[in-house]
Design a binder for this molecule. Structure first.
Ligand code: FAD
Length: 391
């Protein structure tokens, strides 16, 4: 059975169906037992333990959107709660899933031909193949719709890729990376499934990161990387198709942001009952209660937004601006919550062993990736005014 979270104040989880609640309870139990005990150490060492992959791929956490890989009748709402549950334990763990399930499988699911989907989705679902998603470049982040410099040149039955990518999650150990590149033929962005052992493909770990230290990010260089036309994603013909993948994943990041806030909040609540000052637990002090109440208000508002955005996806009503508003709002609220929680812990709020420091640092990465707050605001602003203010 699924125990209610103290942080789900209005009981939104009750909206899941019984089999979804059971699946979520099983995931939570495994995360608590196998992943929670190892994350602070892994964060400290900036290592990604293989155990994370082994545990996660046993659950209906990957590929439930696609006919080729679905294991049951799981809604987008369930997918959202999964992202929350993962991030509640650790935001890097949620990010690993966001890349594998959302960005890599999403690219194949949204843009792949039936043959490509049949070949790659099951392997990605099982974890036999690890995927990554290479869009961002050293000189192109927010402007990647227009600013990509990586090129794809047709040559007989092949394409030849040249350029650089930056920040690519899971790419230090991925077996394939989806590379987005501008065709030298029509100037449009295309997507390619690039096996990472292809000559000319080199991925280098980004060191000394101070957020999401468990998940691994890489700089990639592509020097005359030759891929057959069969590995060009058939339906990735322009950036509009790339945006179709990001629309799916952005709402999941909003959910992960709520999970990150909740991870910090639950640690802070527990701390207020154990830590004594002025002769009683700090939970007895009015101003401490005020900090917790402010956190819970922000968390509750974010959950409400996320629940609705997932229901809209389930109903086929979700548009870019809906996912963008949820991402911008939930990540902003998360940033405020983790700061308040850090305050609740006093000095211990900056020590890894008390968990809050990890959520506090990791929040910064979620705030910026998958579209910064400004970019997501501009997507909402475009919907409000009918005017695109990007350029
Ligand atoms: P910039 O685009 O340089 O932006 C810098 C600042 O300028 C921001 O505040 C931005 O909002 C602001 N700005 C820019 N243009 C405007 C404008 N027109 N109006 C107002 N403000 C503006 N990418 C991938 O492809 N694959 C991945 O797996 C991946 N994983 C990531 C993991 C981590 C931990 C991080 C940090 C990043 C990851 N990214 C990944 C890249 C991520 O999506 C980018 O960092 C993000 O899109 C922002 O780009 P940037 O960092 O280049 O910032």
């Amino acid at each position: 059975t699924l125990e209610p979270l103290i942080s789900d104040f209005y009981g939104f989880e009750a909206q899941l169906r019984d089999h979804e609640k059971a699946a979520l309870a099983a995931l939570r139990a495994d995360l608590e037992q196998h992943i929670k005990p190892i994350v602070n150490d892994a964060w400290d060492k900036a290592e990604f333990p293989r155990q994370i992959i082994d545990v996660l791929h046993q659950h209906p956490t990957f590929g439930e959107l696609w006919d080729e890989t679905k294991t049951g009748d799981y809604s987008a709402l369930y997918g959202g709660w999964t992202a929350l549950e993962l991030a509640r334990i650790d935001a890097s763990v949620a990010t690993y899933v966001g890349v594998q399930n959302g960005l890599a499988m999403g690219s194949v699911g949204v843009c792949g031909s039936p043959e490509q989907r049949a070949e790659w989705l099951p392997k990605l679902r099982s974890g036999e193949v690890i995927g990554a998603f290479g869009l961002t470049e050293p000189l192109s982040g927010s402007d990647s719709a227009q600013g990509l410099r990586t090129t794809a040149t047709p040559d007989g039955d092949d394409w030849v890729l040249n350029g650089q990518k930056r920040w690519i999650g899971n790419a230090t150990f991925s077996d394939i990376t989806i590379i987005w590149a501008k065709s030298t033929e029509d100037g449009q962005v295309k997507g390619f499934i690039v096996p990472t052992d292809t000559p000319g493909y080199v991925a280098t770990k980004i060191e000394r990161k101070q957020a999401l230290r468990i998940v691994q990010n890489a700089d990639i260089t592509l020097t005359d990387v030759r891929v057959p036309n069969s590995l060009k994603l058939t339906n990735a013909e322009s950036f509009k198709n790339t945006a179709g993948v990001l629309r799916l994943t952005r709402a999941e990041v909003a959910w992960a942001a709520v999970g990150t806030a909740i991870g910090a909040y639950e640690a802070a609540v527990a701390y207020t009952k154990e830590r004594h000052q002025f002769g009683k637990p700090i939970a007895h002090h009015q101003l401490v209660q005020d900090l917790l109440a402010r956190c819970l208000g922000k968390i509750t508002a974010s959950i409400a937004l996320c629940v609705r955005v997932s229901q809209m996806l389930d109903n086929g009503e979700q548009r870019d601006e809906h996912a963008s508003m949820a991402k911008a709002f939930a990540t902003t609220s998360m940033r405020e919550v983790v700061a308040l929680c850090r305050e609740v812990l006093g000095g211990n709020g900056i020590v890894l062993d008390y968990d809050v420091a990890r959520f506090f640092a990791d929040a910064e990465a979620l705030y910026s990736y998958e579209g910064t707050r400004e970019m997501n605001s501009l997507i909402v602003g475009r919907a409000i005014t009918g005017v695109s203010a990007f350029v």
